[in-house]
Design a binder for this molecule. Structure first.
Ligand code: 5GP
Ligand code: ZN
Length: 110
């Protein structure tokens, strides 16, 4: 999708250091990390949010990518977050899974 920053990262229009890549997904560090480890896992195909994600192959690939990237980096304990909609904190409307690790994380989130 045009003017989508994460589409540009996924299709390599914007050069990025991928921590993981497969047929359906890529993972890279968040620009503004909220924990010592803050990774984003995104599908290569554009879906604005979880509400629009209607492809089961991509759904399973996203979770597999979380397992693969954490395993690759030796991260055993982490939080995954998907913000859906503005009031939930979504600012980039290309679905992404946050992986946060490396410090104690409070619950409930703010
Ligand atoms: P959201 O608030 O939508 O759940 O998360 C969007 C995340 O994307 C934020 O944590 C923000 O720091 C990150 N982000 C926004 N633009 C870029 C970018 O151009 N590159 C990277 N690596 N992360 C970005
Ligand atoms: Zn996109």
């Amino acid at each position: 999708m045009e003017n989508c920053i994460f589409c540009k990262i996924a299709n390599k229009e914007i050069p990025s250091n991928f921590l993981y890549e497969d047929e359906y997904t890529v993972a890279f560090n968040d620009l503004n990390p909220q924990a010592p480890t803050h990774i984003l896992v995104i599908p290569k195909k554009h879906f604005a949010s979880l509400n629009e994600l209607d492809d089961e192959k991509v759904m399973s690939a996203l979770f597999k990518a979380v397992q693969n990237v954490t395993n690759k980096l030796g991260i055993k304990e982490y939080r995954t977050v998907i913000n859906t909609g503005e009031s939930a904190g979504q600012t980039v409307f290309h679905i992404h899974i946050h992986i946060l690790a490396g410090r104690p994380l409070k619950w409930p989130p703010g």
